[in-house]
Design a protein around this ligand. Structure first.
Ligand code: PGA
Length: 242
């Protein structure tokens, strides 16, 4: 399975910074690891024009209509977009996203022939009270319910412990592997035909100096990266191009 590194730029970077990043990145990227980028919708076209797989960080569950302020996955596909992050913890925390609303978005995104990157993960208090596996399992069962259009190409799961996002605290490779192996098991049961082949990404303070150890784990197939994806040099290092 080829590893996958996704840059999540969140609401960072202006147009000039996006363009500069892409020039530097493209000049050194060797394609050892798949590299995808999720930017603000405003800058998606810059990414598509550089032939890099481009993603939204959220989208509407609807494809068109009177939904002021929303972004349509159908129109995103039409302009050449490739994937959508769904259920990122910042969406769950600040914008009322639940596994149920994620399920509707997952259905829409897959129906529109885009790849869905479904994000799950526990908070610090949930980990400390021993609920990690129960929380992640519940997020998976609810979010991935009734997804007849899913396959190993168009579905990616990102495990991101909330306490490790943007905090500099990374889950140890052992902690991440433990959850990833449970996720693999759940997916294999839920999707007997292809579940074991779905790529599982780890996210939460992934950096050039911890990425190797994380990627060496049996069930970690790549990373979803915020902070360390903002500089081309760091993202290149994460993609194995130093
Ligand atoms: P981080 O963010 O790499 O800055 O921890 C990861 C994410 O939010 O996807």
């Amino acid at each position: 399975m080829k590893k996958l590194m996704i840059a999540n730029w969140k609401m960072n970077k202006n147009g000039k910074e996006c363009a500069e990043f892409l020039i530097e990145f493209k000049s050194k990227y060797s394609n050892k690891i798949d590299a995808w980028i999720a930017s603000q919708p405003l800058y998606i076209k810059l990414i598509i024009n550089e032939n890099v797989k481009a993603g939204l960080q959220n989208c509407s569950e609807h494809v068109s209509g009177a939904y002021t302020g929303e972004v349509s996955s159908r129109n995103f596909k039409e302009m050449g977009g490739n994937f959508v992050l769904i259920g990122h913890s910042e969406r769950r925390q600040f914008f009322g996203e639940t596994s149920k609303t994620c399920q509707a978005k997952l259905q829409t995104v897959l129906r529109e022939n885009l790849t869905a990157v479904y994000c799950v993960g526990e908070t610090l208090s949930e980990r400390e009270s021993g609920q990690t596996l129960a929380i992640v399992s519940d997020q998976l069962h609810q979010g991935l319910n009734d997804l007849s259009a899913a396959n190993e190409e168009n579905l990616v799961i990102a495990y991101e412990p909330v306490w490790a996002i943007g905090t500099g605290k990374t889950a140890t490779p052992g902690q991440a592997q433990e959850v990833h192996s449970s996720i693999r098991k759940i997916l294999s049961e839920k999707f007997p035909g292809f579940g074991s082949k779905v790529r599982l990404l780890y996210g939460g303070s992934v950096k050039p100096d911890n990425v190797e150890e994380l990627l060496a784990q049996k069930d970690i197939d790549g990373g979803l990266v915020g902070g360390a994806s903002l500089k081309a040099k760091d993202f290149l290092a994460l993609c194995g191009d130093k």
